[in-house]
Write a protein that binds this ligand. Sequence first.
Ligand code: PAF
Length: 280
Amino acid sequence: MIVFKKLAHLQSFLEKKRLSGAKIGFVPTMGAMHQGHISLITASKANTNITVSSIFVNPTQFNDPKDFEKYPITIEKDIDMLELAGCDALLLPSIADMYPNGTKNLPHYDLGFVETVLDGKYRPGHFQGVCQVVHRLLDIVKPDVLFLGQKDYQQCMVIKKMIALTGLSTSINICPTLRETDGLAMSSRNMRLNTEERKKAVLIFQTLQFVKQQIKSGYLNDIKERAFNYLNAEGFKADYIEIANAENLHLQEFWDGKMPLVILAAAYLNEVRLIDNMLH
Ligand code: PAF
């Protein structure tokens, strides 16, 4: 794997590959790699000819400065994992490379409803930050396919919208959530959980499973409320447990028995905010 610190060097490497007909896959990350990231590298390798990854902890997407400060950094281990997975190129940009004119006047994307609901409501500005950094990275790498994890369900929808708004030609490949053996969704934030919190964290997955089993056509509020109260009684501070139309994230209070649904949860365990989702 070639590690690039200069944008221009990566760009000329990719230009040569493109001219020889290679299809380019891209896996953007904020580091603190786990097997979920590696599954995206594997998917990219299976579907494209050159796999590029990036590690950049993007300050503009953290609405909580404490969360930014505490974001785990494990760069050497990340490089080893990417290398082992067969990633071809890694970009490690500096903040000045990413935001040459600073972060004050970055573009604003008209994302509409998808930005105001769920995480958009609890993390104001977060999805604008995600779009700013992903747009910039896509401009640099110009991949044919962008690989994203279903774990960040809303993020996938937001990025899809940003790509449609900006007219970029990259297609998106959404890969399934990878889980620990007990069911906890793999996430860089899991590294911040202590032993007791780690044991408890699986309750988010179990609650989603419970909701999924309980959903029947008809009213949904009772089941959502029970799940929300359960997590809080177990020591979480839940932001939400919601059932939404899987195609547009419109929240549902009633199910006709046909609409594809997604159940989504976000909850704090002490200082660590965890999210997960499950299709129904
Ligand atoms: O999902 C993430 O790790 C980040 O939001 C992303 C897509 C790399 C943008 O910083």
